[in-house]
Design a protein around this ligand. Structure first.
Ligand code: G4P
Length: 551
């Protein structure tokens, strides 16, 4: 396949498409805002957050969002930084944590894992990290809130390595004067970045503007005075210890997601951000070739002449009266030009991408041109599905975005049984769209559908949309199910699904694609199933278009 020219190659090289993964409250909103501040996209921090609370913020697309003042689906923030184009995919985190959060990671080329220095690795971080690890994505770690008392840095490194199973390479190291966080030592550059602690308390430097800092070396005689005797000797000792104990930074292991460069700082005060950002820009890879299925080659390069993209998110019902949807796609190769005709591989249909939109903070603009790494929203009159591949002609597909095990399971009970058909249509469509997962029990409850969602809010969205779009009132009854596992036999033979029901070791179901899946009430039930049946694989995610064989 031929490649695009030099200008395009330079455009691709400029793109850094990434997401921030964290547990709620670690400081993701604050860090996002600070990246925009450092990128010059906003002049004063505080703007994004202030808008978040306002009814007219960009996320008022859905009526429900307006009512609740929350953002249901993630948006994409594009901003320039030192000649680069940053594409930051926002992963919903609080109450709006959902499958979209996972899927968004498939559109990213790397991730920043944000940790609270007092809390370390938390539950949601672990879940998101698993998806990144599965994709072998490069991951940066940023330990935040260093201005507050927290855990020992060595202790945090140990936890990340032990709990997440990834190596850690500290690029920066925290510096203290007494108990006060004074700055960071950049190990690779051998630079000491000191922040003005006195100014940090005042409003001018409390984080709404880029922080002042003094850059110096470890051997600067003034350093001892800036820190105290103990802070200074601690820094020297720890710097030496790190050099002796650790290996040199290994770029290849980083790209493969095996080692994470770690940074320390305080997003709210802008401490440690410059060192992080500069190294991030240096290390974060530009879009890399992506694996394809059914093409002439196993991967497609970002500068291949063929345009290709995949849909990773569909935002539905932005305008109730029109029922429009916006499909978010990530460009993987070729040059996108506004108005170009593309081929939807699943349906073999051609469509014109007339008014694709990009998102800068709260503003939407029409995309005239795009390259690998870019994300754009496209008006969708109902022709796209999550995971769809679009190309400028040739038929190939990107790897399927897996289905992730839900954490909330309910049964939909109708107020009016006469509307069963509408309920079925509605649920089928919402499941196809990827708003919800749907399971049909093989036995027992047969006929009743089980709804599964990664985030509780997804269930609320379904209830709302069933009423608004299909005129069906439902009550969602929680089920005592904790997780799902997609099952297959190691010998390739059909799985005897009914046996799970017979032995009472899980609820056997089929998902919306006809794949065999068993729902478990907890680890105890899952453990009994694995003890009772041998030769069965239990997968946490489902990937593959075809129905799994079952008896
Ligand atoms: P999230 O999006 O990950 O949920 O976190 P967010 O940025 O909203 O930050 C959560 C809280 O942590 C906020 O405080 C925020 O100000 C604070 N925070 C963020 N970075 C730092 C930091 O470096 N140091 C300290 N000390 N705090 C930090 P809040 O009281 O919940 O909200 P607000 O009143 O400040 O808006």
């Amino acid at each position: 396949m031929s490649t695009l020219g030099e200008r395009a190659a330079n455009e691709i090289k400029r793109r850094k498409t990434f997401a921030i993964i964290s547990h709620p409250d670690a400081g993701k909103t604050t860090l996002t805002e600070k990246l925009l501040l450092y990128g010059g996209a906003i002049q004063l921090a505080g703007a994004v957050k202030a808008k978040r609370g306002r009814a007219s913020a960009v996320s008022d697309w859905m009526e429900m969002e307006r009512e609740r003042g929350i953002s249901i689906t993630s948006s994409v923030l594009q901003f320039p930084y030192h000649g680069l184009q940053m594409n930051l995919l926002d992963t919903p985190g609080h109450a709006d944590f959902s499958e979209d959060t996972y899927r968004t990671l498939h559109a990213a080329d790397g991730a920043v894992m944000l940790l609270d220095c007092a809390k370390g690795v938390e539950a949601q971080t672990k879940k998101l990290f698993r998806v990144c690890k599965q994709r072998k994505m490069p991951i940066f770690s940023f330990v935040n809130k260093m201005d507050r008392p927290g855990r020992e840095p060595f202790d945090l490194i140990g936890e990340v390595e032990h709990v997440l199973g990834i190596g850690v390479y500290p690029v920066t190291w925290p510096i203290y004067r007494g108990a006060t966080f004074r700055g960071v030592y950049h190990r690779q550059k051998r630079e000491v970045h000191l922040f003005d602690a006195k100014k940090a308390g005042s409003s001018a430097a409390s984080g709404s503007e880029v922080a002042d800092m003094i850059v110096t070396g470890l051997d600067d005689p003034n350093l001892k005075a800036e820190l105290d005797e103990q802070g200074y000797s601690q820094l020297r000792e720890e710097a030496e210890l790190l050099d002796m104990a650790g290996d040199a930074f290994d770029q290849e292991r980083f790209i493969a997601g095996d080692v994470s460069p770690m940074f320390f700082g305080s997003a709210i005060n802008n401490f440690g951000l410059q060192a992080f950002l500069d190294t991030f820009c240096e290390l974060m890879p530009a879009p890399l070739p992506r694996i394809i299925v059914g093409g002439k080659t196993p991967t497609i390069a970002p500068d291949d002449e063929t345009f290709s993209a995949f849909v990773f998110k569909i935002q539905a019902n932005m305008n109730k009266s029109h029922r429009d949807r916006v499909a978010f796609m990530r460009v993987c190769s070729g040059r996108f030009e506004r108005g170009m005709k593309v081929h939807v591989v699943r349906t073999h249909k051609d469509i014109r991408l007339a008014n694709p939109t990009s998102f800068m903070a709260q503003e939407r603009t029409i995309v005239e041109e795009g390259y690998a790494g870019d994300v754009m929203g496209v008006y969708d009159p109902g022709i796209f599905e999550i995971g769809d591949t679009l190309t400028s002609g040739p038929e190939f597909s990107f790897e399927e975005i897996p289905s992730f095990s839900p954490e909330h399971f309910v049964r939909a009970v109708m107020a009016d049984p006469m509307r069963r058909k509408q309920l079925k249509t509605g649920l089928d469509q919402l499941a196809q769209e990827g708003t919800i997962q749907l399971y049909r029990p093989v036995e027992g409850l047969a006929g009743d559908m089980i709804l599964g969602a990664v985030g509780r809010l997804q269930l609320e969205v379904v209830k709302y949309r069933l009423k608004a779009e299909y005129d069906v009132d439902v009550r969602l009854e929680p089920l005592s199910v904790e997780f799902a596992r997609w099952v297959s036999r190691t010998d390739g033979q059909p799985v005897d699904m009914r046996a799970f029901d017979r032995e009472r070791v899980g609820t056997p179901c089929l998902d919306v694609r006809g794949r065999a899946v068993v729902l478990f009430a907890g680890d105890w039930q899952f453990n009994s199933a694995t003890r009772t049946f041998t030769g069965i694989n239990y997968a946490e995610t489902a990937q593959g278009q075809t129905a799994t064989k079952q008896a």
